[in-house]
Ligand binder design. Sequence first.
Ligand code: ZN
Length: 133
Amino acid sequence: RNPRNFRPMPDADAHAEGFNPLCGDRLTLYVKLDGETIRDVAFQGSGCAISVASASLLTESVKGRTVPEAERLFASMHELLTRDDSTVDVASLGKLGALSGVREFPARVKCASLCWHTLDAALHREAAPVSTE
Ligand code: ZN
């Protein structure tokens, strides 16, 4: 309802665009790096409540982490959202754990994971927009 870090970042070191055609979610994710540390992260765009909430949680969760830590979080979130036999410790994910219920609604999994794929693309400096299709 009141997303965190929903703003442009003119001095971003990296950014990527993500699109989920199934739902129409569209976002741009911005990252400011200090060496291997993610100093700041923000997003803009428009999408459903789940995609915006997920991106908001992402920005709160990865700010201050290193790039490898963010990549591990991406792997955990991907497993949590896509695998019924996930062994990810939900409690260790803090607020992100709230998204585990999305797994019960396959059509919404891409809404929740879009921002993570977009972050991954930004960190790898991939120029092509990310599509969940
Ligand atoms: Zn959506």
